[in-house]
Ligand binder design. Structure first.
Ligand SMILES: Nc1nc2c(ncn2[C@@H]2O[C@H](COP(=O)(O)OP(=O)(O)O)[C@@H](O)[C@H]2O)c(=O)[nH]1
Ligand SMILES: [Mg+2]
Length: 335
Protein backbone atom coordinates (compact mmCIF):
# COMPACT_ATOMS: atom_id res chain seq x y z
CA UNK A 1 0.00 0.00 0.00
CA UNK A 2 1.26 3.45 -0.85
CA UNK A 3 0.02 6.71 0.52
CA UNK A 4 -0.80 9.61 -1.76
CA UNK A 5 0.15 13.09 -0.72
CA UNK A 6 -0.10 16.57 -2.10
CA UNK A 7 2.68 18.97 -1.16
CA UNK A 8 2.36 22.62 -2.01
CA UNK A 9 5.31 24.99 -2.48
CA UNK A 10 4.56 28.53 -1.40
CA UNK A 11 6.71 31.63 -1.47
CA UNK A 12 7.51 34.94 -3.11
CA UNK A 13 8.98 35.16 -6.56
CA UNK A 14 12.69 34.44 -6.64
CA UNK A 15 12.65 32.79 -3.22
CA UNK A 16 13.97 29.51 -4.61
CA UNK A 17 10.89 27.24 -4.79
CA UNK A 18 11.60 25.89 -8.26
CA UNK A 19 15.31 25.57 -7.47
CA UNK A 20 14.50 23.52 -4.35
CA UNK A 21 12.22 21.26 -6.34
CA UNK A 22 14.64 20.96 -9.26
CA UNK A 23 17.47 19.87 -6.97
CA UNK A 24 15.87 17.70 -4.30
CA UNK A 25 16.27 14.39 -6.15
CA UNK A 26 19.93 15.18 -6.87
CA UNK A 27 20.35 16.10 -3.22
CA UNK A 28 19.16 12.62 -2.30
CA UNK A 29 21.39 10.95 -4.89
CA UNK A 30 24.40 12.94 -3.68
CA UNK A 31 23.58 12.18 -0.05
CA UNK A 32 23.59 15.89 0.67
CA UNK A 33 20.62 15.87 3.06
CA UNK A 34 20.58 16.07 6.83
CA UNK A 35 19.26 12.54 7.46
CA UNK A 36 21.41 9.59 8.45
CA UNK A 37 22.77 7.83 5.37
CA UNK A 38 21.33 4.53 6.67
CA UNK A 39 17.84 5.84 6.01
CA UNK A 40 18.56 5.51 2.27
CA UNK A 41 15.74 7.70 1.01
CA UNK A 42 14.89 7.69 -2.67
CA UNK A 43 12.74 9.92 -4.86
CA UNK A 44 11.95 9.10 -8.43
CA UNK A 45 9.95 11.32 -10.71
CA UNK A 46 6.89 9.56 -12.15
CA UNK A 47 4.17 10.57 -14.56
CA UNK A 48 0.77 11.92 -13.69
CA UNK A 49 -0.79 8.60 -14.78
CA UNK A 50 1.45 6.68 -12.42
CA UNK A 51 0.41 8.93 -9.57
CA UNK A 52 -3.24 8.37 -10.25
CA UNK A 53 -3.10 4.59 -10.67
CA UNK A 54 0.20 3.01 -9.81
CA UNK A 55 -1.15 -0.52 -9.85
CA UNK A 56 -2.29 -0.50 -13.45
CA UNK A 57 -0.03 -2.14 -16.05
CA UNK A 58 -0.07 0.93 -18.27
CA UNK A 59 1.17 3.18 -15.51
CA UNK A 60 4.00 0.77 -14.70
CA UNK A 61 5.28 1.27 -18.22
CA UNK A 62 4.68 4.95 -17.74
CA UNK A 63 7.22 5.06 -14.91
CA UNK A 64 9.94 3.89 -17.25
CA UNK A 65 9.06 6.48 -19.83
CA UNK A 66 10.76 9.40 -18.18
CA UNK A 67 12.01 10.92 -21.44
CA UNK A 68 9.55 13.72 -21.90
CA UNK A 69 9.15 14.26 -18.19
CA UNK A 70 8.39 17.79 -17.12
CA UNK A 71 10.57 17.32 -14.09
CA UNK A 72 13.63 16.59 -16.21
CA UNK A 73 12.92 19.85 -17.99
CA UNK A 74 12.84 21.69 -14.67
CA UNK A 75 16.19 20.12 -13.72
CA UNK A 76 17.59 21.12 -17.08
CA UNK A 77 16.41 24.71 -16.60
CA UNK A 78 18.10 24.85 -13.23
CA UNK A 79 21.34 23.46 -14.65
CA UNK A 80 21.32 26.25 -17.20
CA UNK A 81 20.92 28.92 -14.52
CA UNK A 82 17.18 28.79 -13.73
CA UNK A 83 14.18 30.31 -15.42
CA UNK A 84 11.24 32.12 -13.79
CA UNK A 85 8.19 29.88 -13.42
CA UNK A 86 5.53 30.41 -16.06
CA UNK A 87 2.80 32.43 -14.32
CA UNK A 88 -0.07 31.35 -16.56
CA UNK A 89 -0.73 28.02 -14.83
CA UNK A 90 0.04 25.86 -11.80
CA UNK A 91 2.73 23.24 -12.28
CA UNK A 92 2.41 19.74 -10.92
CA UNK A 93 5.24 17.24 -10.54
CA UNK A 94 4.88 13.65 -9.40
CA UNK A 95 7.24 11.46 -7.42
CA UNK A 96 7.50 8.11 -5.79
CA UNK A 97 9.33 8.55 -2.50
CA UNK A 98 10.65 5.67 -0.43
CA UNK A 99 12.79 4.97 2.61
CA UNK A 100 14.90 1.91 1.86
CA UNK A 101 17.30 1.70 4.75
CA UNK A 102 17.12 -0.26 7.93
CA UNK A 103 15.46 2.28 10.14
CA UNK A 104 14.07 2.21 13.64
CA UNK A 105 10.76 0.34 14.09
CA UNK A 106 8.31 3.21 13.63
CA UNK A 107 10.05 4.16 10.38
CA UNK A 108 10.06 0.59 9.16
CA UNK A 109 6.28 0.81 9.07
CA UNK A 110 6.33 3.78 6.76
CA UNK A 111 4.84 3.14 3.35
CA UNK A 112 6.25 4.50 0.12
CA UNK A 113 4.62 7.78 -0.74
CA UNK A 114 3.33 8.98 -4.06
CA UNK A 115 3.69 12.71 -3.92
CA UNK A 116 2.19 15.39 -6.08
CA UNK A 117 4.16 18.60 -5.66
CA UNK A 118 2.59 21.85 -6.72
CA UNK A 119 4.80 24.73 -7.78
CA UNK A 120 3.37 28.04 -8.88
CA UNK A 121 4.96 31.30 -9.90
CA UNK A 122 5.54 33.49 -6.86
CA UNK A 123 2.93 35.94 -8.12
CA UNK A 124 0.24 33.27 -7.68
CA UNK A 125 1.17 32.39 -4.11
CA UNK A 126 2.57 35.55 -2.52
CA UNK A 127 2.23 38.59 -4.71
CA UNK A 128 4.75 41.40 -4.60
CA UNK A 129 3.04 44.76 -4.31
CA UNK A 130 5.93 46.54 -5.93
CA UNK A 131 5.95 44.25 -9.00
CA UNK A 132 3.46 44.08 -11.87
CA UNK A 133 0.55 41.73 -11.16
CA UNK A 134 1.45 38.73 -13.29
CA UNK A 135 -0.90 36.05 -12.10
CA UNK A 136 -4.55 36.08 -13.07
CA UNK A 137 -7.35 36.12 -10.51
CA UNK A 138 -8.35 32.58 -11.61
CA UNK A 139 -4.85 31.26 -11.07
CA UNK A 140 -4.63 32.78 -7.61
CA UNK A 141 -8.04 31.35 -6.68
CA UNK A 142 -6.98 27.96 -8.01
CA UNK A 143 -3.82 28.16 -5.95
CA UNK A 144 -5.74 28.94 -2.75
CA UNK A 145 -7.91 25.89 -3.40
CA UNK A 146 -4.87 23.63 -3.84
CA UNK A 147 -3.34 25.08 -0.73
CA UNK A 148 -6.40 24.14 1.30
CA UNK A 149 -6.25 20.58 -0.05
CA UNK A 150 -2.51 20.06 0.51
CA UNK A 151 -1.31 17.52 3.08
CA UNK A 152 1.79 19.56 3.71
CA UNK A 153 2.97 23.05 2.84
CA UNK A 154 6.56 24.03 2.12
CA UNK A 155 7.03 27.74 2.53
CA UNK A 156 10.25 28.87 0.82
CA UNK A 157 11.68 32.21 1.89
CA UNK A 158 14.97 33.78 0.83
CA UNK A 159 17.56 34.03 3.60
CA UNK A 160 17.82 37.78 3.36
CA UNK A 161 16.28 40.71 5.16
CA UNK A 162 12.76 40.97 3.84
CA UNK A 163 10.88 43.05 6.36
CA UNK A 164 10.87 45.82 3.81
CA UNK A 165 10.08 43.68 0.76
CA UNK A 166 6.92 44.23 -1.24
CA UNK A 167 5.49 40.83 -0.26
CA UNK A 168 5.91 40.44 3.49
CA UNK A 169 2.39 41.81 4.09
CA UNK A 170 0.95 39.24 1.70
CA UNK A 171 3.01 36.54 3.38
CA UNK A 172 1.48 37.46 6.74
CA UNK A 173 -2.02 37.42 5.24
CA UNK A 174 -1.49 34.02 3.66
CA UNK A 175 -0.29 32.59 6.97
CA UNK A 176 -3.29 34.08 8.78
CA UNK A 177 -5.51 32.36 6.28
CA UNK A 178 -3.77 29.03 6.96
CA UNK A 179 -4.18 29.56 10.66
CA UNK A 180 -7.86 30.33 10.64
CA UNK A 181 -9.30 28.62 7.55
CA UNK A 182 -11.31 25.69 8.82
CA UNK A 183 -10.97 23.88 5.49
CA UNK A 184 -7.17 23.77 5.51
CA UNK A 185 -6.07 20.17 5.98
CA UNK A 186 -2.27 20.45 6.00
CA UNK A 187 -0.69 18.43 8.80
CA UNK A 188 2.79 19.82 8.36
CA UNK A 189 4.16 23.23 7.47
CA UNK A 190 7.89 23.55 6.75
CA UNK A 191 9.40 27.01 6.50
CA UNK A 192 12.60 26.56 4.51
CA UNK A 193 15.03 29.45 4.20
CA UNK A 194 16.86 29.32 0.88
CA UNK A 195 20.18 30.72 -0.40
CA UNK A 196 21.86 29.45 2.77
CA UNK A 197 25.32 29.26 1.17
CA UNK A 198 25.42 33.05 0.80
CA UNK A 199 25.95 33.47 4.53
CA UNK A 200 29.28 31.67 4.26
CA UNK A 201 30.90 33.34 1.26
CA UNK A 202 33.70 34.87 3.32
CA UNK A 203 34.67 31.63 4.98
CA UNK A 204 36.31 30.04 1.95
CA UNK A 205 36.97 26.33 2.33
CA UNK A 206 35.77 26.35 5.97
CA UNK A 207 32.30 27.33 4.76
CA UNK A 208 30.97 23.81 4.46
CA UNK A 209 32.15 22.84 7.93
CA UNK A 210 30.16 25.71 9.46
CA UNK A 211 27.14 25.03 7.28
CA UNK A 212 27.11 21.40 8.43
CA UNK A 213 26.74 22.43 12.06
CA UNK A 214 23.06 22.40 13.08
CA UNK A 215 23.84 24.87 15.88
CA UNK A 216 24.80 27.42 13.20
CA UNK A 217 21.48 26.85 11.41
CA UNK A 218 19.58 27.25 14.68
CA UNK A 219 21.41 30.50 15.40
CA UNK A 220 20.65 31.81 11.92
CA UNK A 221 16.98 30.82 12.16
CA UNK A 222 16.66 32.55 15.53
CA UNK A 223 18.00 35.70 13.92
CA UNK A 224 15.62 35.39 10.96
CA UNK A 225 12.59 34.92 13.20
CA UNK A 226 13.42 37.51 15.81
CA UNK A 227 10.77 40.22 15.70
CA UNK A 228 9.21 38.76 12.56
CA UNK A 229 5.52 39.56 12.82
CA UNK A 230 4.66 37.34 9.84
CA UNK A 231 5.50 34.26 11.90
CA UNK A 232 2.80 34.96 14.52
CA UNK A 233 0.20 33.27 12.34
CA UNK A 234 2.39 30.16 12.27
CA UNK A 235 2.37 30.08 16.05
CA UNK A 236 -1.41 30.10 15.84
CA UNK A 237 -1.28 27.19 13.34
CA UNK A 238 0.84 25.18 15.74
CA UNK A 239 -1.14 26.21 18.83
CA UNK A 240 -4.35 25.04 17.18
CA UNK A 241 -2.86 21.54 17.08
CA UNK A 242 -3.85 21.09 13.44
CA UNK A 243 -0.36 21.14 11.98
CA UNK A 244 3.25 20.86 13.07
CA UNK A 245 5.49 23.77 12.05
CA UNK A 246 9.20 23.32 11.41
CA UNK A 247 11.96 25.67 10.28
CA UNK A 248 14.99 24.73 8.26
CA UNK A 249 17.60 26.04 5.81
CA UNK A 250 18.85 24.88 2.42
CA UNK A 251 20.86 25.89 -0.59
CA UNK A 252 20.13 24.77 -4.14
CA UNK A 253 23.49 26.08 -5.33
CA UNK A 254 25.19 24.40 -2.40
CA UNK A 255 28.91 24.02 -1.87
CA UNK A 256 31.63 23.14 -4.34
CA UNK A 257 32.42 19.44 -4.42
CA UNK A 258 35.94 18.80 -3.22
CA UNK A 259 36.62 22.46 -2.35
CA UNK A 260 33.84 23.12 0.20
CA UNK A 261 33.39 26.82 -0.51
CA UNK A 262 29.93 28.20 -1.36
CA UNK A 263 29.02 27.44 -4.94
CA UNK A 264 28.58 30.98 -6.19
CA UNK A 265 31.22 32.52 -8.36
CA UNK A 266 32.30 35.85 -6.77
CA UNK A 267 33.67 37.10 -10.09
CA UNK A 268 30.24 37.20 -11.70
CA UNK A 269 27.66 39.79 -10.68
CA UNK A 270 24.64 37.49 -10.72
CA UNK A 271 24.82 34.36 -8.57
CA UNK A 272 26.17 31.62 -10.75
CA UNK A 273 27.58 28.24 -9.88
CA UNK A 274 31.15 27.31 -10.69
CA UNK A 275 31.89 25.46 -13.89
CA UNK A 276 35.11 24.60 -15.60
CA UNK A 277 35.94 27.02 -18.40
CA UNK A 278 35.39 25.53 -21.82
CA UNK A 279 33.20 22.69 -20.60
CA UNK A 280 29.79 22.91 -22.17
CA UNK A 281 26.45 21.46 -21.19
CA UNK A 282 25.02 19.99 -17.98
CA UNK A 283 28.15 18.05 -17.07
CA UNK A 284 29.95 21.35 -16.68
CA UNK A 285 27.68 22.25 -13.78
CA UNK A 286 27.48 18.83 -12.19
CA UNK A 287 31.20 18.54 -11.94
CA UNK A 288 31.40 20.87 -8.93
CA UNK A 289 27.78 21.12 -7.90
CA UNK A 290 26.57 19.65 -4.63
CA UNK A 291 23.26 21.00 -3.30
CA UNK A 292 22.76 21.36 0.44
CA UNK A 293 19.71 20.10 2.37
CA UNK A 294 17.24 20.72 -0.46
CA UNK A 295 15.69 17.27 0.03
CA UNK A 296 14.92 17.79 3.70
CA UNK A 297 11.74 19.88 3.44
CA UNK A 298 10.29 17.33 1.00
CA UNK A 299 11.23 14.30 3.10
CA UNK A 300 9.86 15.94 6.22
CA UNK A 301 6.67 16.93 4.42
CA UNK A 302 6.13 13.45 2.99
CA UNK A 303 7.21 11.25 5.90
CA UNK A 304 7.06 13.44 9.01
CA UNK A 305 10.76 12.76 9.52
CA UNK A 306 12.69 14.97 11.90
CA UNK A 307 16.41 15.60 11.60
CA UNK A 308 19.09 17.75 13.18
CA UNK A 309 18.39 20.67 10.82
CA UNK A 310 14.63 20.73 11.40
CA UNK A 311 13.63 23.06 14.25
CA UNK A 312 10.36 23.63 16.08
CA UNK A 313 9.18 26.89 17.65
CA UNK A 314 10.08 25.38 21.03
CA UNK A 315 13.70 24.90 19.93
CA UNK A 316 13.91 28.33 18.39
CA UNK A 317 12.37 29.98 21.44
CA UNK A 318 14.51 28.08 23.95
CA UNK A 319 17.12 30.25 25.60
CA UNK A 320 20.55 30.07 24.04
CA UNK A 321 21.91 28.32 27.10
CA UNK A 322 19.28 25.57 26.89
CA UNK A 323 20.12 25.26 23.21
CA UNK A 324 23.76 24.40 23.89
CA UNK A 325 25.12 20.88 23.73
CA UNK A 326 23.26 18.25 25.76
CA UNK A 327 26.31 17.53 27.89
CA UNK A 328 26.33 21.13 29.11
CA UNK A 329 22.63 21.08 29.85
CA UNK A 330 22.87 17.81 31.74
CA UNK A 331 25.85 18.69 33.84
CA UNK A 332 24.85 18.71 37.52
CA UNK A 333 24.39 22.09 39.15
CA UNK A 334 27.48 23.20 40.96
CA UNK A 335 27.21 22.99 44.74
N1 LIG B 1 22.75 32.03 -4.46
C1 LIG B 1 21.73 31.22 -4.65
N2 LIG B 1 20.81 31.50 -5.61
C2 LIG B 1 19.78 30.65 -5.76
C3 LIG B 1 19.61 29.50 -4.96
N3 LIG B 1 18.48 28.88 -5.33
C4 LIG B 1 17.97 29.59 -6.34
N4 LIG B 1 18.74 30.66 -6.60
C5 LIG B 1 18.53 31.64 -7.65
O1 LIG B 1 17.45 32.46 -7.26
C6 LIG B 1 16.66 32.78 -8.40
C7 LIG B 1 15.20 32.40 -8.15
O2 LIG B 1 15.07 31.02 -7.95
P1 LIG B 1 13.73 30.26 -8.33
O3 LIG B 1 13.89 28.85 -7.90
O4 LIG B 1 13.35 30.49 -9.73
O5 LIG B 1 12.67 31.00 -7.36
P2 LIG B 1 11.08 30.83 -7.32
O6 LIG B 1 10.51 32.02 -7.99
O7 LIG B 1 10.73 30.80 -5.86
O8 LIG B 1 10.73 29.55 -8.01
C8 LIG B 1 17.26 32.02 -9.57
O9 LIG B 1 18.06 32.90 -10.30
C9 LIG B 1 18.11 30.96 -8.93
O10 LIG B 1 19.21 30.60 -9.73
C10 LIG B 1 20.61 29.24 -3.96
O11 LIG B 1 20.57 28.26 -3.23
N5 LIG B 1 21.63 30.13 -3.86
MG1 LIG C 1 9.47 29.23 -9.59
Amino acid sequence: MTQKLTLCLVGPRGGGKSAALATFTDCIVQNAHGYPAELRPAAQSITRAAFHGLDSEASRLDILDAGADEYQRLRGDFAEGGAPTDATRLHEYFFRMTLNGEASPPLAERKPALARIIDAAGAASIADETAPQEASRELRDDFVKRLAEADAIILVLPMTRFEDSGWVGNLARLIERLAFAADCRAKRVVVAFSHYERLFVRLGPSAFTYACDPAVALHVLRGALRASSWSDGLRAVEASGRAAVRFTVFSAHGFVKGFQNPNIDPHIRVDQRFRRAGVDGRRGFNEFWRPFLTADPFLYAAFDLENAFMFSFAQIDASTLAGRSPSMRNSPPSP
